[in-house]
Design a protein around this ligand. Structure first.
Ligand SMILES: [Zn+2]
Length: 125
């Protein structure tokens, strides 16, 4: 099922969150925001555009780094208030040089195992 992008639900700030996913590896690459204009530009050019909240401007991913994102599909969720750009990432997504912005682990179930607990008990105690 497809939806007109004009019908997406933007927040009060006119922005909608965009999860960017690598279409080859399925990795989640980054989370950013888009306004209607950024989505239009993305569809028009085939390259991922976002709204930079810090610089308050339209921004094409890779415009300075060269690490562009060729957008293959855009999905919306059931509430039409979050997008996924599925992309072919050139180079890396993160400005730190890591492939994905999500390269730092906060927690994993291994923490339970260290304490002698298994997955079976859900680590609850
Ligand atoms: Zn990053």
């Amino acid at each position: 099922m497809s939806i007109q992008y004009e019908n997406l639900k933007f927040g009060e700030n006119g922005l909608i969150p965009v999860i960017t996913q690598d279409i080859v590896t399925n990795e989640v690459l980054m989370l950013a925001y888009a306004n209607l204009n950024a989505i239009k530009k993305t569809i028009e050019t085939g390259f991922a555009h976002y709204w930079s909240r810090s610089r308050k401007k339209l921004w094409m991913k890779g415009e300075t780094s060269g690490n562009t994102q060729r957008v293959v599909r855009i999905l919306t969720d059931c509430d039409n208030d979050t997008l996924i750009y599925m992309v072919k990432q050139k180079g890396v997504a993160c400005h730190t040089g890591e492939r994905t912005c999500f390269h730092r682990e906060v927690w994993s179930i291994d923490e339970y195992r260290k304490n002698g607990r298994g997955v079976e008990d859900g680590g609850r105690q």
